[in-house]
Design a protein around this ligand. Sequence first.
Ligand SMILES: Cc1cc2nc3c(=O)[nH]c(=O)nc-3n(C[C@H](O)[C@H](O)[C@H](O)COP(=O)(O)OP(=O)(O)OC[C@H]3O[C@@H](n4cnc5c(N)ncnc54)[C@H](O)[C@@H]3O)c2cc1C
Length: 338
Amino acid sequence: MDLSLTPAHEALRRRLRTWLAANLPRSRRDDRSVEYGEPERIPAAKAWQRKLYEAGFVAMRWPREYGGQGADVLEQTIVDDELVRAGAPGLIGLLGVEMLGPTLIEWGTPEQKRRFLPPVLTADEIWCQGYSEPDSGSDLASLRTRAELDGDHFVVNGQKVWTSYAHLADWMFCLVRTDPEAPKHAGISYLLIDMRSAGITVRPLVQMTGDAGFNEVFFEDVHVPRANLVGGLHQGWQVANSTLRHERNMLGSSARTQQLLHAVQRLARRRGIADDGAIRQRLANLAIRVEAMRLQGLGTGGLWSFELMFTLGMIIGGGTSQIQKNIISERGLGMPRG
Ligand SMILES: Cc1cc2nc3c(=O)[nH]c(=O)nc-3n(C[C@H](O)[C@H](O)[C@H](O)COP(=O)(O)OP(=O)(O)OC[C@H]3O[C@@H](n4cnc5c(N)ncnc54)[C@H](O)[C@@H]3O)c2cc1C
């Protein structure tokens, strides 16, 4: 696999390195407060995302017409790698950039794209994901939060749980049941809900880490304009799966894992145990796994999966391998016909 970079890729890497050296304050390096959802750090986190966006390094893979860079996987990976290398803080608007944005680009109306995509990029509006409910996690399609259509708006009642960042979010992309009579996957719709609407209560859930990144969200007669329906009425399951596809892609990215690896390596050096044989072995093992994950994410993986699938044909074409074995055994070895 040829992973050598083109001159354009090298130029992108140099441009970002130079930009980071000039724009990433030392005090913000390795700052993970965004991941812990610390409210007092939000303005700085928003300012960072806006700055990064204005420099052209946010939503690299979105099409240019929606404010992205139309970048390929390798360009995105270069940007991720450089941000990790510099210890840059994560994006406060990650769910918007990685999950809602691509979903709206695929399913949204022109008006929804015009209204919602720009503030996702600049972090002027933060999004959370309202999927899970107390009895609907793995079996997501059994969700019961109800939305009844009443003229030009829906009235939403029910509860979500494990909603990351709901306490900071301006908006939620939310799955609701709009047809309780239909089979469970067929009665769901996908709504965009303003978190400041009357009737919404957010209750933080404190985790064993001590921070409260998750929340319970309660809806009591919450009015949501019909214009905030994404995709067709009762067709939210298809839209939800688009978002899930993008979410899994985001979670599978090696950027965060690389950042953690660097942190563990630094910790081992600080504690003076980095040269201990057993520790070195474990760090090397981790580094190999993280690198394998990074390479797999490069998308040149597409070439390998193509080759793998293509070579399956090689054991069929020109006579299958079983037939070849028959020929060898019968004609070469003089064995009786099978
Ligand atoms: C870090 C984190 C962030 C999250 N953020 C959000 C968020 O922002 N928004 C949101 O909506 N949700 C969020 N979630 C919730 C997450 O989507 C659910 O926790 C997940 O879908 C599992 O659902 P559950 O917790 O109800 O577990 P359950 O569905 O109760 O599952 C419990 C166990 O049973 C197993 N199990 C269940 N059914 C089957 C089956 N059919 N076959 C085999 N095994 C099965 C599961 O694998 C699991 O081990 C978050 C969760 C985490 C950990």
